[in-house]
Design a protein around this ligand. Sequence first.
Ligand code: SAM
Length: 240
Amino acid sequence: LAQLQRLVVTPAQIQADRITLDQAQLHYLGRVLRLKSGDRFIALDGQGKTWLVTLNHDHADILESLIVESELPIPITLAIALPKNGFDDVIRQVTELGVYKIIPIISDRTLLKPSNSKLDRWQKIIQEASEQSERAIVPIILEPIEWKHYLKSQDNNINHSFTTRLFCWERGDSPSLLQSLANHAPTIEIAIGPEGGWTEAEVKAAIAAGYQPISLGKRILRAVTADVAVMAIVAAYLES
Ligand code: SAM
């Protein structure tokens, strides 16, 4: 099974024992992957369900459900201040490492104001990275949101016993990420700043909203390095 190609389908494409395929998927399976009728591949709905299927002309027949155990034990959300360059690589890599949800943040020092079409592109990158890394789910990415608005949107929702909220801050004498993961709540959310760092007002607002500042070590990491390092540390901790 490890050799089989993977394809994400939408839940609406699944009808009893068959999966309808759209033109783009048929092109990908037939022309790109060179699969023929009767060849098997793995289909997943991106929400945790996975099937072994066989291609049958313009659709796929489900042979059996598969149990895929590639997810981290708890959902990890990353609130990532958009870097000027390299965000495509960041979302690909944190997807490979097991992120559950990505919230692109526009902070005071964010230099890039993303266009609306970016979201489709990011979703495609995440889908491909999920297929490649044999994830059972496809992580969610939200529309970019300003940090102050994001904190406000959570005001009514803060439930500290349900979510551990951490905030990467390279200044101050904060505990390490690893230390802060001990006794974590059932979900974890971690915010990482932009190239220029968080402003003082943003740090204050985060702490007031219930985020705990944490350190990633004694060296200052580039924003894109910090994003990936955070996810690698959390995944290693949760799986050790
Ligand atoms: N320009 C800032 C400065 O020199 O103070 C550095 C910002 S750093 C390049 C980008 C982001 O990565 C920071 O906002 C922070 O969230 C995270 N980061 C980088 N190194 C870190 C560290 N050692 N501890 C905690 N967070 C770190």
